[in-house]
Design a protein around this ligand. Structure first.
Ligand code: ADP
Ligand code: MG
Length: 339
């Protein structure tokens, strides 16, 4: 299961890994106060506005903007929130940006590539690092493969300490006293969170000589979600069928209605009936929301009352249906189309 950058950073932060700090915005009326909050809290007039979608390459696609002033930050935030972002990883149809992260701007001295994943061939976790960070690692692998360094970890044959020392040497971080602890904490985060992949691109050295995770991409093993209470809740704002893409296609709308129909309670069945019959959907949805509040508040992130979507997914690990509900003012497309 993919999670967003801001969620991945929250996990890293729980393990005391220094991250580029910021706050998430879900709706345009939160933009100004959030920019103000970021500027004050992190003592940074310049901020960076970052689209939160489940795909990389956002910078090149126009989804990451450095904003030197409050005015430019407001302009970029309004532009990026709600945009259809196309990157080399989204496909040509792009992804609708339902939330943005507004972060402190950092003065960067160096950008590294960092990743942790499982290497099946060696039956070990592998650190992959490169001094060529911030850019497409695929390009580095193709053009200058010697700039990519790997170090394996496995309880029996490859000790964690050796792997960490290898990457510290290859990135010339020997003079950073906290480097070992940071990499150890990242490894623990990766391992304890059941990550398939934890990628930090770039991991930076700032001009004031701090190691900071500027970006983060995390893929979690879905079968392990039953023991990842915190991460399972991230699903409430994660991509499920029909979300993240603008619902303009009638088939998607039908799918969404079908998912709604599928939802277990009779209240939800009546919503789609009302939708099909052109009845008072707003009223029906609001009563459904009350029902959901009672039943699924743990899964819900309620920023705004309406509209909301519901869906369920089969949780293989638990062998039960796992209901999901999420709301966002940004789901207006669906709402308008259902009116
Ligand atoms: P993506 O990988 O999706 O393109 P990143 O978060 O890696 O998005 O951002 C792309 C680039 O934007 C970074 O490599 C960095 O050069 C720049 N950038 C992002 N955040 C900041 C920041 N807070 N301060 C300065 N530059 C930044
Ligand atoms: Mg990146």
């Amino acid at each position: 299961m993919k999670i967003h950058e801001f969620q991945a950073k929250e996990l890293l932060s729980d393990y005391n890994v220094p991250i580029q700090r910021g706050h998430v915005v879900y709706s345009s009326n939160e933009i100004e106060k959030t920019i103000d909050k970021v500027q004050n809290e992190f003592n940074s007039d310049a901020v960076v506005v970052k689209a939160q979608i489940h795909a990389g390459g956002r910078g090149k696609g126009g989804g990451v903007k450095y904003c030197p002033s409050t005015e430019s930050a407001i302009e970029s935030a309004n532009e990026i929130l709600g945009m259809n972002l196309i990157t080399h990883q989204t496909g040509e149809e792009g992804k609708l940006v339902n939330q943005i992260l507004i972060t402190e701007a950092l003065d960067i001295e160096k950008e590294f590539y960092f990743a942790l994943m499982f290497d099946r061939a060696k039956n070990a976790d592998v650190f992959i690092v490169s001094t060529e960070g911030g850019v497409d690692i695929e390009e580095v692998a193709e053009k200058t493969p010697e700039k990519i360094v790997k170090a394996w970890v496995n309880n029996d044959t490859y000790p964690l300490d050796d792997a960490i020392n290898t990457i510290i040497n290859s990135l010339s971080l020997n003079s950073f006293n906290d480097a070992f602890e940071i990499f150890e904490n990242i490894y623990n985060c990766y391992s304890n969170s059941d990550c398939n992949l934890l990628e930090i691109n770039p991991l930076v050295i700032t001009e004031d000589q701090k190691i900071i995770a500027l970006d983060a991409k995390v893929d979690i093993d879905s079968n392990a979600l039953f023991r990842q209470e915190k991460i399972a809740k991230f699903q409430a704002v994660s991509l499920v069928p029909g979300r993240g893409d603008a619902l303009t296609d009638p088939r998607q709308i039908n799918d969404a209605i079908e998912l709604t129909e599928d939802f277990v309670t009779s209240t939800f069945k009546s919503v789609s009936k009302i939708a099909h019959a052109g009845g008072d959907l707003k009223e029906a949805m609001s009563s459904c929301r009350d029902e959901c509040d009672k039943k699924f508040s743990d899964y819900a992130i309620y920023e705004h009352c309406l509209p909301f979507n519901v869906s369920r997914a089969f949780d293989e690990a638990k062998g039960i249906d796992n209901p999901r509900i999420w709301t966002a003012e940004r789901d207006k497309e669906m709402w308008n189309l259902l009116q």
